[in-house]
Write a protein that binds this ligand. Structure first.
Ligand code: KIV
Length: 271
């Protein structure tokens, strides 16, 4: 069974779908046994590269990280889909541009599909890609690629008009052939209405348990990041503290001459 078929089977079983982002091969290998889908999200621009927004992420970055995650998933021997984000500025101009970018991403990474941001506005881009046989995940609600132009990260669906717009977006994405849709940054009632209205699985991030599944940015979930974090980002670990402690212990050992000790030396005769 292909990764996407498995994803549909779990969705039909009415079990919440579990998704996480990944950007490297070892991370993908560790996560793959526990999730239904790995997303190579363009949030990697911020959480990995320290960029101010996802608008600076390039197609080359997404190709390279997509390929790394596919290698990690394959090394784990787990059949789950890997979906790669289409970066800002690579699909909005025309259907032809969107299809060209989607093809380039799939060819370079070996991923199972792409994700792009936008509802009604992006429906014909999604249709162009799905008509070519490439799986598309939609993304509605708070759209990080648009946030810098909207003056920040704003929660959606807080008014009846907002919910109506989100419903239109969700329906447009589904009708354009998307296999699933991410709902980001909405109030619970909005996410519940959209999830009930659609037959494709909705995957929430900051959108409540009313969605058909959840996704988190793995660096948030592992507590790797410093500074402010979004309200929805539950830290299941605080690895930044463990990393700091490990670096401190290593630095101490090197400075007192305790590392490398005998066990870490290559041995051989001088002759
Ligand atoms: O880029 C990303 O990580 C995403 C998730 C927030 C869904 O799009």
């Amino acid at each position: 069974m292909s990764g996407l078929e498995k994803f549909y089977t779990h969705a039909r079983a009415d079990q919440p779908l579990v998704c996480l982002t990944a950007s490297s091969a070892p991370m993908a290998q560790s996560l793959a046994p526990h999730v239904d889908l790995l997303l190579v999200g363009d949030s990697l621009g911020m959480v990995l590269y320290g960029l101010p927004s996802t608008q600076e992420v390039t197609l080359e970055m997404m190709k390279a990280h997509g390929a790394a995650v596919v290698r990690g998933r394959d090394a784990a021997g787990i059949s789950i889909p890997v979906i790669v984000d289409m970066p800002y500025g690579t699909y909005e101009a025309s259907d032809a541009q969107a299809l060209e970018t989607a093809r380039a991403l799939i060819e370079a990474s070996g991923a199972d599909g792409v994700k792009l941001e936008g509802g009604l506005r992006m429906a014909s881009r999604i249709r162009a890609i799905t008509d070519a046989g490439i799986a598309v995940m939609g993304h509605i609600g708070l759209l990080p690629q648009s946030a810098p132009d909207e003056g920040g990260y704003k929660i959606k669906g807080k008014t009846p008009e907002g919910v109506t717009r989100l419903l239109e977006d969700g329906r447009a994405v589904q009708e354009a052939g998307a296999f699933s849709v991410v709902i980001e940054g909405t109030i619970e009632e909005a996410a519940a209405e959209i999830t009930q209205a659609l037959s494709i699985p909705t995957i929430g991030i900051g959108a409540s348990a009313a969605c058909g599944g959840q996704v988190l940015v793995t660096e948030d979930m592992l507590g790797l990041l410093h500074g402010q974090k979004p309200k929805f980002a539950k830290e299941y670990k605080t690895l930044r503290n463990d990393i700091s402690k490990a670096a401190q212990a290593y630095a101490h050992d090197v400075r007192i001459g305790a590392f490398p000790s005998d066990a870490y030396l290559y041995k051989g005769s001088k002759k």
